[in-house]
Design a protein around this ligand. Sequence first.
Ligand code: SAM
Length: 246
Amino acid sequence: MVSGAGRDLYGEKLETQFGVPMISIVIAEAALETVPKEIVDHPSVRKIADRRGKEPGQTLLDISYHYTAMKDLRDWDKRGRPDITFITLLNLLESPLNLEDRLRIYVHTRNDLIITIDSRTKLPRNYTRFQGLIEQLFEIGKIPPHGKPLMTLWKGTLKDVVAQVKPSKTFFLTEKGKKTKSEDFGSKIVKEDSPLIVIGGFQRGEFSKQDLGMADEKVSLYKDPLDTWIVASMVTHDIEKALGII
Ligand SMILES: C[S@@+](CC[C@H](N)C(=O)[O-])C[C@H]1O[C@@H](n2cnc3c(N)ncnc32)[C@H](O)[C@@H]1O
């Protein structure tokens, strides 16, 4: 089950709380999807799913397991990396910035699904358990299945996330952006009312032109490409310092 686009899952919490700016971070175009129909019947894909007692289409695409089957998929080298979202979410959710309730976290997937995550969510530390959790989320649309959801899945584009957050400014992090010291970026972010920071959740290449077109600023924190979770940690760390949290 996937709920409707544009639904406000954080409600008033997106707004400035007691005059203190909330910071939104989205892991965008994340390489997080279930096995696509083109390869559900590939013998290697079926074998792995059988071992887990699931249908291939109910399992997450993972290049570590599905490499042979994935080679003919479009953009194959930008797909099948759920671990990127996993490690980045662990970094964001356990950051002092989030523990101080100053952060709103979204995941936007390459297939235009959006995951909203309650800031009190404690993710499993084990990848296999995370994989099972996300597969359940893709199947039923919320976690836990009953009661107040901690994670919710809905159909929507990155533009829908922007429409929901209504950011004072949208910052895309990319190695092709304007070279900026990360501490200067932190100081700049905390001067905004409701900044939105976009970090790519994929392993290769650049954001789509359409998504990049929503950037008010494109920021590079280092001359070479870095892993998503490193960028997320740098950014939260420098915002925490700028806010005096650490
Ligand atoms: C592994 S990178 C994406 C792939 C990378 N563009 C490449 O071709 O190797 C993941 C994300 O981290 C962020 N990122 C990586 N390096 C960066 C840098 N030097 N400055 C700012 N953001 C960066 C971007 O948001 C990027 O989409």
